[in-house]
Design a protein. Structure first.
Lengths: 403, 220
C-alpha cells in the first residue's frame, strides 16, 4: 500500500527521467534536423521520434498500421515496457493472430511529440542549451503530433497507411490524421474519443495541472535542473484523472466501501478505504514513469483539440468527400468521452459522405475499456480491419492452424 | 423497435431462395442496379447488405437500431451505424445514395411520411417493403373475431407491438401520392414469398399479397 508520504521519497533520480527522454531503451529512433512547423507559430528542431514496429512491411508498402497512444501511453504498444517492466499496453489487441494481426500488418507505434518516453518533449535535452527544455518547450497540439508522425512515415518510406488506430488522445490523433491527410489514410479507427475536448474535460485537466504547479517541487517547471520532482502534484493529478477513466459501477464492483487491511475505520485520514489505497498506488506508480511537464503539455494539446474550429466551425468540412473508411467505437459507461461525442463524429462523417461504421459497446469499465479485455471490441476491430483489408487488396488472414 | 433481428416475417424467413437468402430480400436486390451506393435502413444482422455487396457489387451502408445487430454487422466488415430511421436520416446529405432501402420497417416508424421523404431526398431511389395489412387473412380476423389480428407473421398483441403504423398496399400507394413519389416497380409476395402475377389488378394484390416491395423515385 502506497501513500502520498512514501511517494515523496526520491527513489528515482531526475536524470533517469531525462535519460529515457533522450535515449529511450527498447526503441527505434528517428532524428530530424528539418524544423517541424508547429501550430503555435514556431519551428521546432531538431526533433527525435522514438518508435517501435511489429510485423513486416509488405512489398507494396500497403499494410502499415499506425497505432496512436493515449495521454500517458508510449510506443511500447506490443512489447515489454523498459520503464515499468510490464508488457505492452495494447497486447490485448496487437500480436500474431490478434485483431491487429502482426502476421498481416506492419504496425508502427510512435511516442507522441511532447511526451517523455523518447520523442522530443519538455524532458528532452535542448541541444541549443544542453539543458532540459522544460517550459521553454513550445506548446504543441494534436495536429503537431500528427505532423511529427507524418514526418516519421516519410522517413520510413510509407506513403499511405492501411489504418490508423487509437483510443482517447490516440483517437484524437486518428481523427486528425483523417482530416489532415485523408489521402494517406485508408481506414481510420477512432475509439473512445471526440472531435473536440469538452469543457468538462478541460476542467479536469486544469485541476491536474494546477495540482502539479502547486507543488513547490515543481519549481516553475525547472525541477529537472534543480534535481527535484513534483511527485505529490503529479500523483494528485493522476489520481484525479484516473477516476475519470473508470466508472461509478466499476469502482463499486472493484472496491465498494471495503476497508483496506482493517476491520474498522481508524478515525484518521489514513487510507481506510480500498479505493483510496488504490488511487494512491495509481498516483505513486505514475510518478515513477512520467514527467510532470510532459503531463502539462499533453493535457494542453488535448484541450486545444477542436477539429470543427480548424474547418470554419463546420465539423463535416473536416471530412468532406473523404476517401477514408471509418469505424467509430464508444463505450456505454465512458463518461469522459461519452457516446454522444462519438455520435457527433459519426453525424459529421455521414454529412461528409464518408463510409462509416459506428458501434457502442456495453461495458461498465468506463473510458479505460479500450485498454481492457473487451471481446466485443476485439471482434469489431478485427472485422473492420478484415473488411478494409479486403477492399485494400491485402492477402486474407490465414487460419492459424494452417500454418 | 426498428430492427430486423426481431422481424415479423417468419414465413418469408422459411421461404428462402437460391443461396439461402430470404425471398423478399432477393426481390429487393433485383431492384438494385449493380455497382450502386446503397443505404439499408434497419439493416438487422446485415443479410441484405451482404447480399447486395456479393451479388450486386454495391457500396452498402446500414443503419440499425439494435446494438447487437450493429456490432454483428461491423464485426462482419459491413459499414453500419447505430441509429434510428425517425431521427437520424436527417443527418444525411441530399443525393448521397443511389438507393435507400427500408425493408419491413416502415410500419414501425413514428413518422412514415417523413421517413419516406428523407429516403427520397437522400437517395435517387427508395425501395420499401412492408407487410400488407389488407391481406385477406387479416381482414377475416378483424371481421369475425373483432380483434386486432395476430398472425404468424405479425405475432404481437396490440399493446406491445412495435408496428404502430400498419398500412395496406392501397394505403401505401396513397402515401406515394402525397409524398410525390413515383412508383417504378411494385411486387406483391404471397405467404410463401412467391411473387403474385404481375398483370393482376391492384385489388387482387391488396387481398392476396402478404407483403409488398416498391421501387420508388422522385417525380421528375
Amino acid at each position: 500500500m502506497a501513500d502520498i508520504e512514501q511517494v515523496n521519497s526520491p527513489n528515482t533520480a531526475p536524470d533517469v527521467r531525462g535519460r529515457e527522454a533522450d535515449e529511450p531503451r527498447a526503441s527505434l529512433i528517428a532524428r530530424f534536423d528539418t524544423p517541424l512547423k508547429l501550430d503555435a507559430g514556431v519551428e521546432l528542431a531538431p526533433v527525435q521520434i522514438a518508435y517501435n514496429t511489429y510485423g513486416t512491411l509488405n512489398a507494396d508498402r500497403s499494410n502499415a498500421v499506425l497505432v496512436c497512444h493515449a495521454l500517458t501511453g508510449d510506443h511500447h504498444a506490443a512489447s515489454d515496457n523498459p520503464v515499468t517492466g510490464k508488457g505492452g499496453w495494447w497486447e490485448t489487441l496487437i500480436g500474431p493472430g490478434k485483431p491487429i494481426d502482426t502476421d498481416r500488418y506492419f504496425i508502427i507505434s510512435s511516442n507522441v511529440l511532447g511526451s517523455c518516453m523518447g520523442t522530443t518533449g519538455p524532458a528532452s535535452t535542448n541541444p541549443a542549451t544542453g539543458q532540459p527544455w522544460g517550459l521553454s518547450f513550445p506548446v504543441i497540439t494534436i495536429r503537431d503530433m500528427v505532423r511529427a508522425q507524418a514526418m516519421l512515415l516519410d522517413h520510413l518510406g510509407i506513403d499511405t497507411l492501411f489504418a490508423v488506430v487509437g483510443g482517447s488522445m490516440g483517437g484524437m490523433q486518428v481523427l486528425q490524421w483523417a482530416s489532415s491527410y485523408p489521402e494517406r489514410v485508408f481506414a481510420a479507427l477512432p475509439i473512445a474519443c471526440a472531435t473536440r475536448h469538452s469543457a468538462q474535460n478541460i476542467a479536469f485537466h486544469e485541476v491536474g495541472r494546477q495540482a502539479i504547479m502547486a507543488d513547490p517541487d515543481w519549481r516553475g517547471g525547472r525541477y529537472l535542473l534543480d534535481g527535484s520532482n513534483p511527485r505529490r502534484g503529479l500523483a494528485v493529478a493522476r489520481m484525479g484523472a484516473h477516476i475519470t477513466y473508470l466508472s461509478d459501477a466499476a469502482l463499486h464492483r472493484k472496491f465498494g466501501r471495503k476497508y483496506q487491511d482493517r476491520a474498522t475505520p481508524t478515525f484518521s485520514f489514513d487510507a481506510d478505504f480500498q479505493v483510496e489505497s488504490y488511487l494512491r498506488h495509481q498516483g505513486s506508480s505514475f510518478v515513477e514513469r512520467f514527467d510532470a511537464n510532459s503531463y502539462l503539455y499533453l493535457t494542453r494539446a488535448m484541450d486545444y483539440f477542436d477539429l470543427a474550429a480548424d474547418c470554419g466551425g463546420v465539423l463535416a468540412n473536416a471530412f468532406k468527400d473523404t476517401p477514408t473508411r471509418f469505424c467509430v467505437i464508444s463505450f456505454t459507461s465512458d463518461w469522459l468521452f461519452p457516446t454522444p461525442d462519438s455520435r457527433a463524429t459519426v453525424h459529421a462523417l455521414n454529412a461528409g459522405g464518408a463510409r462509416v461504421s459506428f458501434a457502442e459497446i456495453v461495458t461498465d469499465k468506463g473510458h479505460d475499456a479500450f485498454l481492457l479485455d473487451e471481446p466485443e471490441l476485439f471482434a469489431i476491430v478485427r472485422g473492420f480491419l478484415e473488411g478494409a483489408g479486403k477492399a485494400r487488396g491485402l492477402a486474407a488472414a490465414q487460419p492459424r492452424e494452417a500454418r | 423497435m426498428l430492427s430486423r433481428l426481431k422481424r415479423d416475417l417468419t414465413m418469408a424467413d422459411v421461404a428462402r431462395g437460391a443461396g439461402g437468402s430470404r425471398i423478399d430480400l432477393l426481390v429487393v436486390s433485383t431492384m438494385v442496379e449493380p455497382g450502386s451506393r446503397v443505404l439499408d435502413v434497419g439493416c438487422g444482422d446485415g443479410e441484405l447488405l451482404r447480399l447486395l455487396t456479393d451479388t450486386r457489387e454495391a457500396d452498402g451502408r446500414g443503419i440499425e437500431l439494435s446494438r447487437e445487430g450493429v456490432n454483428e454487422c461491423v464485426a462482419k466488415g459491413l459499414a453500419v451505424i447505430q441509429g434510428d430511421a425517425d431521427t437520424d436520416l436527417a443527418d444525411y446529405p441530399d443525393d448521397a445514395f443511389d438507393y435507400v432501402i427500408l425493408s419491413q420497417t416502415l410500419q414501425a416508424t413514428r413518422n412514415p411520411r417523413a421517413v419516406l421523404e428523407h429516403m427520397l431526398r437522400i437517395g435517387r431511389h427508395a425501395i420499401v417493403s412492408f407487410p400488407n395489412f389488407g391481406h385477406w387473412k387479416i381482414r377475416l380476423k378483424l371481421l369475425f373475431e373483432g380483434q386486432m389480428p395476430q398472425t404468424d407473421n405479425l405475432p404481437y398483441a396490440w399493446w406491445e407491438s412495435p408496428n404502430i403504423h400498419f398500412c395496406t398496399i392501397k394505403d401505401f400507394q396513397s402515401l406515394c401520392l402525397v409524398t410525390g413519389a413515383k412508383i417504378r416497380r411494385a411486387v406483391a409476395l404471397d405467404p410463401w414469398g412467391r411473387p403474385l402475377q404481375l398483370n393482376a389488378p391492384w385489388w387482387f394484390w391488396n387481398l392476396f399479397g402478404e407483403q409488398a416491395v416498391f421501387l420508388l423515385s422522385r417525380k421528375d
